[in-house]
Design a protein around this ligand. Structure first.
Ligand code: G4P
Length: 533
């Protein structure tokens, strides 16, 4: 075994790449900041938000975020902690950009689901959880905001089991909630992490470790809080054990309670997370063996394209998740889709909005590559040997539809080019009606706000002004080639093709979709498609 191979294996072993999923407001940004704080990547929580705010001032792209008070962009936050290399794939906070979050999950090896202790499972958590479930991803659960009046912890755990259909194992148990919240009991070490609320929430919380029967607990807590705590701990000790096998395939989730804002239980979570979270997993290749991360040949795939990160450069950044081998600045790689060879001369790592050049990187890491249009979402990059493709990136069905008309017909050529580019980036879905007498496409988006982004991009990057007109459509379904047989459809169902010339049906409502199924027994309606042919 060569020294390089040993180094590669060591680097793989110490990497943890994950994403956080939550309903907006559950505390994703706060927990991210606190993990960075404990990981030593920032010295004061608030830095991520502060950097975002600074960036708002300099970027047109961010202008849209600023105007709408939302956070669209997502970045990769990396830090070293106790010998681990942690890669936190940050996902957009706004649910209109949930498609970006779905894709980011493809690049992660594990996910952390944050729940608000007063609300339990919310709509967006459920949607994102489904993606994790489909991929059998290892999932951690962090129940946040225990410093606020919370639902009963047992009810919260039961809700996770019943609504999500996943087994739970409590790793710690809260001592009180709201104003009585004093800390958490760590099942592993059999100790209470007893916190003092600091004046300044931005620093680390003062922590004392106590035995569960330490008199100070009984003396300090009211009798009801104390009784609930002791009952909970007894229950916990008799609880189902953490099962690494079930966890590895997303069938059991370890549950943590805490308060991200107050730093209660954050370090405990981080420390246990790092020992339990998977190392970079082998990546699937349809029709072939998965690619192990410690294969000496470099490979990776593009899971996100971010446009206009810096208007001064007008560049796009393609984010590549490294799947195998060692990545080196300046290396030449092949793109399976185009057959082209690219020299990766300006790889970057992004921390919040600042960029650093990367000289080397390993499986599990994410590097940003300046994209002059030669990289598309889902592209596989490899450095030698037989060409292959990682599994394609799924395309989620659009839920909103607009007809797009170019205001100035002389810009039509640029418009087509722009649509092709935006489709490759996965920024929007484009459909062409079979019976259309115009060249106007239908745009589909998972979230309404995506339309604004597209309008903004068309204007800024391609100098194309458009008009958008809402369509009374609700669903898109990809269909297997319908052949010659005419389909029996409701009058308002619109047959069309997507930008990759695959047949679709656009439905104005559930009734029309049911009608199509009823009248065409062999018709298969696919809610998911893939990006690219
Ligand atoms: P998100 O990224 O999931 O959308 O949520 P974010 O972290 O922005 O948190 C949403 C709100 O919840 C924030 O308040 C945040 O301070 C608060 N929060 C997060 N964790 C906790 C917690 O453990 N306890 C309590 N009590 N609150 C928490 P905000 O008023 O929107 O903003 P700000 O006060 O932080 O400026």
């Amino acid at each position: 075994m060569t020294a390089t191979h040993t180094q590669l294996q060591q680097e793989v072993q110490r990497r943890r790449t994950f994403a956080i999923i939550s309903h907006p407001d559950a505390g994703k940004t706060t927990l991210t900041e606190k993990l960075l704080l404990y990981g030593g990547a920032v010295h004061q929580a608030g830095a991520v938000k502060a950097r975002r705010a600074q960036q708002h001032a300099v970027s047109d792209w961010m202008e849209l975020e600023k105007q709408r008070g939302i956070s669209i962009t997502s970045t990769v936050l990396s830090f070293e902690y106790q010998g681990y290399r942690v890669n936190l794939l940050d996902t957009p906070g706004h649910q209109d950009f949930s498609e970006d979050t779905y894709r980011t999950l493809l690049a992660a090896d594990a996910a952390v689901m944050i729940l608000d202790a007063a609300r339990g499972i919310q709509a967006q958590t459920l949607k994102l959880f489904d993606v994790c479930k489909q991929r059998k991803m290892p999932l951690f659960t962090f129940i946040n905001k225990m410093d606020r009046p919370a639902l009963d912890p047992l009810d919260l755990i039961t809700e996770v089991e019943n609504v999500l259909g996943i087994k739970t194992v409590a790793m710690n148990w809260p001592l009180g909630n709201g104003t009585t919240f004093k800390g958490v009991y760590d099942l592993h070490e059999h100790q209470v992490h007893w916190f003092e609320r600091g004046e300044d929430r931005r620093g680390r919380a003062e922590l004392t470790k106590l035995q569960a029967d330490d008199p100070i607990i009984k003396e300090t807590c009211d009798s009801e809080t104390y009784k609930n705590f002791i009952d909970g701990v007894e229950l916990l000790e008799a609880n189902e054990e953490f099962d690494p096998k079930q966890f590895a395939v997303g069938e059991q989730t370890p549950v943590y309670f805490g308060s991200a804002a107050n730093n209660f239980g954050v370090q405990l979570f981080l420390d246990q997370f790092l020992t339990m979270a998977p190392t970079p997993t082998p990546r699937k290749v349809p029709g072939d063996e998965p690619v192990p991360p410690d294969s000496e040949k470099f490979s990776g795939f593009v899971f996100k394209i971010q446009a206009d990160m810096n208007p001064k450069h007008r560049d796009h950044v393609a984010f590549v998740r490294i799947a195998s081998g060692r990545f080196e600045r300046g290396m030449k790689v092949k793109n399976t889709r185009t057959g082209d060879t690219l020299r990766l001369s300006t790889p970057m790592q992004l921390f919040a909005q600042s960029r650093e050049t990367v000289d080397e990187a390993f499986p599990g890491d994410v590097v940003g590559l300046v994209n002059a249009g030669d990289l598309a979402l889902g592209d596989t990059l490899y450095d030698s040997g037989k060409a292959f493709r990682f599994e394609p990136i799924p395309q989620f069905p659009a839920e909103h539809f607009m007809r797009l008309t170019v205001t100035d017909p002389s810009r039509r050529k640029q418009f087509r080019k722009a649509l092709d580019q935006l489709t490759l980036e996965g920024a929007v879905q484009v459909f062409w009606l079979d019976d259309s007498t115009t060249y106007d496409p239908i745009l589909g988006a998972v979230g309404q706000l995506q339309f604004e982004v597209v309008e903004h991009r068309l204007r800024q990057d391609y100098n194309v002004e458009v008009q958008m007109e809402p369509m009374g459509l609700k669903f898109v379904r990809w269909i297997d080639n319908p052949g010659d047989k005419a389909l029996q459809l409701s009058r308002s169902t619109r047959p069309a093709t997507d930008n990759w010339e695959r047949p679709v049906l656009l439905f104005p409502g559930q009734w029309d979709m049911d009608y199509a199924k009823e009248k065409n027994k062999e018709l298969v309606l696919n809610a998911l498609s893939t990006l690219g042919r």
